[in-house]
Design a protein around this ligand. Structure first.
Ligand code: AMP
Length: 282
């Protein structure tokens, strides 16, 4: 595995593989790798000749009061894990390399951001779309792998790829969970021990709502309240949002049918967790 820190070197390497007609699988991350990331990498490994993993904690996508400075980082551990997963290139640029000066252009996401994390993290998806646009131009992937844990991000990237005509196949990957149901996340290490005990209520509340829908409940307000009550009674977390929307359009539903997402965000003392389930109602 080669570790690459400059854009120029990364593009030079990629061009060699492109000339040979090889496919490039790309997994963009912010590091502090866990099994969720490793699942994306192994899928990319199965489906492509070359696998590129990027690790970059992108300051553009963090709000001023968010956890940019406390976001967990451990490059040596990440490098060993990437090597074990047979990554070919680990792209690890500095902030100065990615943003050497104030950008003259930024990408602004116009749709699918007035709900969920877009509503509570203004500017977040502009930061994501801007860095992903740069990374796509640097890595020039055939396929790009994104986790459904960040379901709104998958929807936004889907729009980015189609609106800007990137010749890239988006591959969404299912959420990887701990045994107790908590969605794996780099941020989980910032939960206090008692919060870690409480955190599986997020997934349990989603499953409870899904079961109620299967049993015939179709009133979105009732379902949202059911989830809110479950979370407040079993955790100290502060609910940021609970929403039921169409997926991937992320529109408010008058009537529950078709492909839907139930998504939640809960703030604990040092970390905000998100989770969701996506399924089809017939
Ligand atoms: P991050 O490092 O948090 O930016 O995540 C990098 C990629 O890994 C994103 O596409 C995430 O959606 C994905 N990812 C993170 N956690 C999980 C998980 N538990 N299951 C599946 N994918 C995940």
């Amino acid at each position: 595995m080669k570790v690459i820190t400059t854009i120029q070197d990364m593009q030079n390497e990629i061009m060699k593989h492109k000339t040979l007609g090889e496919s490039i699988g790309f997994v963009p991350t912010m590091g502090f790798l866990h099994e969720g990331h490793l699942t994306l990498i192994s899928k990319a490994r199965e489906e492509n000749n070359i696998v590129v993993l990027s690790i970059f904690v992108n300051p553009l996508q963090f709000g001023p009061k968010e956890d940019y400075s406390t976001y967990p980082r451990d490059f040596d551990r990440d490098r060993a894990l990437a090597e074990a997963e047979k990554v070919d290139y680990l792209f690890y640029p500095s902030v100065e390399e990615m943003y050497p000066h104030e950008s003259s252009v930024k990408v602004v996401v116009q749709e699918r951001t007035d709900v969920l994390c877009g509503k509570s993290r203004p500017g977040h998806f502009d930061g994501v779309a801007t860095v992903i646009t740069k990374l796509f131009h640097i890595v020039m992937p055939t396929r790009a792998y994104f986790g459904k844990k960040d379901a709104q991000q998958v929807a936004v990237i889907d729009g980015l790829i189609s609106d800007f005509n990137f010749l890239i196949q988006l591959v969404p990957v299912d959420i990887v969970r701990e045994e107790d149901g908590l969605a794996k996340s780099s941020r989980n290490v910032n939960l206090l021990p008692e919060e870690r005990q409480q955190a599986p209520i997020l997934f349990r509340s989603l499953q409870k709502a899904k079961k109620a829908i299967i049993d015939g409940e179709r009133n979105p307000n009732k379902l949202v309240n059911m989830i809110k009550e479950a979370i407040s009674s079993e955790s100290d977390g502060e609910i940021d949002y609970v929403e039921i929307l169409s997926y991937p359009q992320l529109k408010v539903l008058e009537k529950l049918d078709g492909s839907i997402i139930i998504a939640i965000a809960v703030k604990f003392s040092r970390v905000r967790l998100i989770d969701n389930i996506i399924f089809q109602i017939d």
